[in-house]
Design a protein around this ligand. Structure first.
Ligand code: PGA
Length: 251
């Protein structure tokens, strides 16, 4: 059975004071032994603080981005997957649509990041999803397949056991417009089918999260779909009550 995962992507929000308040509230709201995996993704500069504030808590930490180069080197401003592992990260979000759209990340570059994250022993959350124009043009499945294919082109199935995929329709991110459970399920089942073409074992185990305006009010219905294994939550993860309610919905 796949364990559900609820991941809170804080994006470029927060301060030491705000994060300390948010985590105190979250710790008070969440059960001490949740029946789902939970992780928060602060800005890289607050990862270490977040980790200490969460010590003794079941909530894991992850990074929002990573350098596509392995090892160390002259890459000013970058953070390596090994560094993230060194400070106690468990997950790394790669290929978020904001990075693809605003920082020009191609599917090939995103695949290199997935490889670095896996090589460092961390769990990549590979974000895929279509724009509104893609959906209107009937290209949703094609776009998602292309984004996933880049990872299959670089990495053998035998190395993908820790891969997590997040389906995030771009038109649903931060807009309040959630995909309907049926729309999301269709794409999740398609993604699992793509993986099954390579390995039925991997397909049965891989976790596929939904992201895009997930909130307490819609989480339970989304998470009850057969191929939705949790959520990647943006805006609602900055509110302890909302986020913990989403975690409870996943249970
Ligand atoms: P949202 O963001 O929940 O605010 O729509 C989701 C995401 O970008 O991962």
């Amino acid at each position: 059975m796949r364990s559900k995962l609820v991941a809170g992507n804080w994006k470029m929000h927060g301060s030491r004071a705000a994060i300390s308040d948010l985590l105190a509230a979250l710790k008070a709201e969440l059960p001490s032994e949740p029946r789902v995996d939970i992780a928060v993704f602060p800005s890289a500069v607050y990862l270490a603080d977040t980790r200490s504030l969460l010590s003794g808590s079941p909530v894991a930490i992850g990074a929002q981005n990573v350098c596509e180069k392995p090892g160390e080197g002259a890459y000013t401003g970058e953070v390596s997957a090994q560094m993230l592992a060194d400070i106690g990260c468990r997950y790394v979000i790669v290929g978020h649509s904001e990075r693809r759209a605003m920082y020009g990340e191609s599917s090939e570059l995103v695949a290199s990041k997935v490889k670095c994250v896996l090589d460092a022993g961390l769990l990549p959350i590979l974000c895929v999803g279509e724009s509104e124009a893609d959906r209107d043009a009937g290209r949703t499945l094609e776009v998602v397949a292309e984004q996933i294919q880049a990872v299959f082109d670089l990495l053998p199935v035998s190395e993908l056991a820790s891969l997590i995929v997040a389906y995030e329709p771009v038109w649903a991110i931060g807009t309040g417009k959630t995909a309907t459970p049926a729309q999301a399920q269709e794409v999740h089942a398609f993604i699992r089918g793509l993986v099954a073409e390579r390995s039925t074992e991997l397909a049965a185990g891989i976790r596929i999260l939904y992201g895009g305006s997930v909130k307490a009010a819609n989480a339970a219905e989304l998470f009850s779909q057969a191929d939705i294994d949790g959520g990647l939550v943006g805006g609602a993860s900055l509110n302890a009550q909302e986020f913990s309610a989403i975690c409870r919905a996943a249970e």
